[in-house]
Write a protein that binds this ligand. Sequence first.
Ligand SMILES: [Zn+2]
Ligand SMILES: [Zn+2]
Length: 269
Amino acid sequence: MRRACGRCTLAGVAGRSGRQAWWEQGRAAGSALRHRLGEATLAWLDALFPPRCAGCGRLGSHFCPQCMASLDRLAPPWCDLCGQRLPASGRCAECRAQPLPLVIRSAAVLQGPLRHAVHGLKYRGHTAAARDLAALLIEPARALLLEGLAEEERPVVVPVPLHPARERERGYNQAALLARHLAAALDLPYDDRWLRRERATASQVGLSRRQRRDNLRGAFAAAPPATATLPVLLVDDVVTTGSTLANAAHACLAAGVPRVYGVTLARER
Ligand SMILES: [Zn+2]
Ligand SMILES: [Zn+2]
C-alpha cells in the first residue's frame, strides 16, 4: 500500500501576472513541501510559524476550537443512504426514487467557517489544514464502519480522484490529503491507485442528481488488485447530490469490490 504521494508539482502558474504567479508558486511550494514532511518537522514548523485557522483566520491552529464549536454537525435522523438530514429516519425522496449504490456519511453542513476552510483547502493551497479537517471525518467514518462492516473487515481508504490535468494544475488532490490522514488515524490501509478519473467533466453546479449522474457517466475507472476482496471507503471533501461518489462507487463495484462506503467533510444541504 502506498503512503507517500509524490505528486506535488509547481505546475499551473503560467499565464498569470508575475506577482500573482510568484505568490502562488510560493504557496504551492509550501503546500507541496508540507505534505512530504514528517510529523516532527511539521510540529517544528508550526512552532516557528504559528498556523492560522482555515475557518476564521485566527492565529494558533489550522482549524480553531471556536470554528470547531460552530459546526452544524450531522447526526441521525438522516437518510439511510445519502446521509442528508430528515425529520425521521428512512430514505429521502431522491434515494427512494433512485437509490445510491453506497451509504454516505458527512461530518457537518457546508456553511460558515467550514465552507471557508474547504474552499481554502481546495482552491487556495491551504493544505496545512488537511490533518485537522480530516479529524472531522473520524466520527462519521466510525459510524459507517460500525453500521455496515463486519468486525474483521478493514476497508481500504480510497480518495475520489481528480482528473490528472486538474491535479497537475492544483498541485495536489484535497480528497487524497484528507483520506491519507483519515487512514492513518483509523489505522486503515490507504491506496490511491484503485480509482482513476478517466475524463474531465463539465461543472456540476446547478445540476440535478440525474443530470449529474449523466454528466459523470464513465468518468471513473477502478483498478483494484485482482485479489482484492476488501470493501472500499471513499473519501471526498464535499457531497452535494451524491452523484460523484455514486459514479465512483459504480466503477469500484463493476471491478469486483464487494461493498463501497463514502465519507465526506461536508454536505451542501
Ligand atoms: Zn477558526
Ligand atoms: Zn437520500
